[in-house]
Design a protein around this ligand. Structure first.
Ligand SMILES: [Zn+2]
Length: 211
């Protein structure tokens, strides 16, 4: 059972149907196995309904109200049955062609491999990371937010130990050195809202302004 979960705000946005992006997919993957968050999501859904039933104006943030209204436009759809490996979380199956050990991993170093997911967009980069058993990442900090879901194995840092299903947020205040458990490689699904990096001719022209 997971010990680390998405925040209320993120889960609320997700429940309201506003998160069809890489971060939404990450939350969906956590929800698939987390009973606790499934229950929280149900409460938020009810809350959304009750807010709309209220005849007297209730102080609701514009953003929340808008997302609830948008959600109502979504006709109930039958979830298409997705083929694929049942060991991979359902929301990822149509993007991840084979099981983790057969993915075309790219080496960042001998001990750290990555696989960039095809649904990264302008706002978010989505990747799998694989840290070899017992190995650690160099100490690092974050430029933006990095949301991580442990898919397989476990890792630890100064703040705790994270197991399969845990949902972790690292931000600019986080300085950490994740180390994979000794027993097996640790595979994580991470979504980062890091700024765009420009390369090439236009990039060299633009980069001085991108601070
Ligand atoms: Zn949870």
């Amino acid at each position: 059972m997971a010990n680390y979960h998405p925040t209320d705000e993120l889960l609320m946005e997700f429940t309201a149907g506003q998160k069809h992006d890489p971060l939404g997919i990450l939350v969906a993957c956590h929800l698939e196995t987390c009973r606790e968050c499934q229950n929280r999501a149900r409460v938020f859904e009810q809350l959304g309904g009750e807010i709309l039933e209220e005849s007297s104006p209730t102080p609701v943030s514009d953003r929340l109200l808008k997302s609830i209204l948008n959600h109502l436009d979504d006709a109930p759809k039958a979830t298409p049955e997705v083929q694929g490996d049942s060991r991979i979380p359902r929301p990822l199956r149509r993007f991840v062609p084979s099981f983790y050990d057969r993915l075309p991993w790219k080496g960042m170093s001998k001990n750290i491999k990555e696989f960039t997911l095809p649904f990264s967009n302008k706002e978010y980069t989505a990747k799998f990371y694989k840290i070899a058993a017992g190995k650690e990442l160099p100490v690092h900090t974050h430029k933006g937010n990095e949301f991580t879901l442990v898919l397989s194995g476990n890792f630890s840092d100064d703040a705790g130990k994270y197991n399969e299903g845990d949902f972790i947020l690292a931000d600019t205040s986080t300085h950490h050195q994740p180390r994979a458990g000794m027993e097996e490689d640790c595979i994580c699904f991470a979504v980062m809202d890091a700024p765009l990096k420009f390369t090439g001719f236009f990039g060299r022209m633009l980069n001085p302004f991108m601070r």
